[in-house]
Design a protein around this ligand. Structure first.
Ligand code: UDP
Ligand code: MG
Length: 321
């Protein structure tokens, strides 16, 4: 079979204004590698002419492939479908709107050839984006980092190159099957040798962002729920605090009473209230601990991932060919 060196996965949703230019720039960059490649466009249920344009391109260029969804399933799912179908030794994920300059792929390939398994694009600067987008993105990446033990690099999107073995480990059909995928987090979670390359994120070439506020919120929630139990643990912490404070309150009151100070009934009610609420929250927190574990079990991520084995009979070392 024809061996493919690089796969470039491009999620597309209503991008008729720029998709041809996007194809031209990607083709130019990939041709310059002098190696084999495929461009996999994933049409995420576009309502405009994107699919038509792409199927025309794929008929005239044998390196271009098209996956068309039956409806809009979302950016992360489109990337997943592309990765599941990619054949290359290295797989690059890049947005269609040319905000991620295709020329950076060459730098990523260089790092890959040095031996890195994941090369992610780190946004040194973001041009042409609203204050709201920049602010929320900045806060979100840092909030997520503070909530999780997984080392997810800040200011990093899905623009990255991953090695074949990382792509295999992330396959949605037989490895990481979870549905609410936060891909940039999962790539960090699987480990391997990772490095970033800095780049300046350009303004969108044409059209409007396809990430509505609703989609941004969904992505943010996916990021947090996929990599943190902090919200589930919150009631337990609150419960323990209220319980402790309530007891101290009650004891201080009793001591004052014994000492002959006139303590009002309201204070006693208040202290008992705190203790009861504390109990309530503690029980909720205990439920949270179980729910977190149930989530872990049903999500069914691999328990561990082996980067390489040495000295076993199967002869597999995990080394790159
Ligand atoms: N996209 C997609 N499905 C969606 C939304 C977006 O495939 O439901 C694609 C879109 O065409 C683009 C990429 O995902 O190639 C990133 O979207 P966009 O540029 O609108 O997001 P932003 O850069 O504004 O965060
Ligand atoms: Mg964009």
């Amino acid at each position: 079979m024809f061996h493919i060196r690089y796969s470039v996965v491009v999620p597309v949703y209503n991008e008729e204004l720029l998709i041809e230019e996007s194809y031209r720039r990607l083709k130019k960059v990939m041709d310059s590698t002098d190696e084999t490649y495929e461009l996999i466009f994933v049409d995420d249920g576009s309502h405009d002419k994107s699919a038509e344009i792409l199927s025309r391109i794929s008929m005239s260029d044998k390196n271009v492939k098209l996956i068309s969804f039956s409806r809009n399933f979302g950016h992360q799912t489109a990337i997943t479908a592309g990765m599941d179908n990619a054949k290359g030794d290295a797989v690059v994920v890049i947005d269609a709107d040319l905000q991620d300059p295709p020329e950076v792929i060459l730098k990523m390939i260089e790092k890959w050839k040095e031996g890195y398994d994941v090369v992610y694009g780190k946004r040194a600067e973001r041009k042409g984006e609203s204050f709201f987008k920049l602010f929320t993105a900045r806060v979100f990446y840092r909030l997520l980092k503070s909530l999780t033990n997984v080392d997810i690099p800040v200011d990093t999107g899905d623009f990255r190159l991953i090695d074949r073995k990382v792509c295999d480990v992330m396959n949605s059909l037989n490895s990481i099957k979870e549905k609410n995928r936060y891909i940039r987090g999962l790539v960090s979670w699987v480990g391997f040798k990772q490095i970033g390359v800095e780049y300046v994120r350009d303004p969108r070439l044409a059209g409007e962002t396809k990430y509505t506020l609703k989609k941004m919120l969904k992505l943010a929630m996916d990021g947090i729920t996929s990599f943190s139990y902090a919200p589930l643990k919150l009631p337990l912490n609150l419960g323990i605090f209220l319980l402790a404070a309530g007891f101290v309150y009650l004891i201080v009151e009793l001591v004052l009473k014994v000492a002959g100070v006139d303590v009002s009934m309201e204070n006693t009610v208040m202290a008992i209230n705190m203790i009861l609420f504390g109990l309530n929250f503690s029980v909720l927190g205990a439920f949270g601990e179980y729910i977190g574990r149930i989530y872990d079990e049903v999500r069914d991520r691999p328990l561990y991932i082996i980067a390489r084995k040495v000295g076993f009979d199967d002869g597999k070392t995990g080394e790159r060919m």
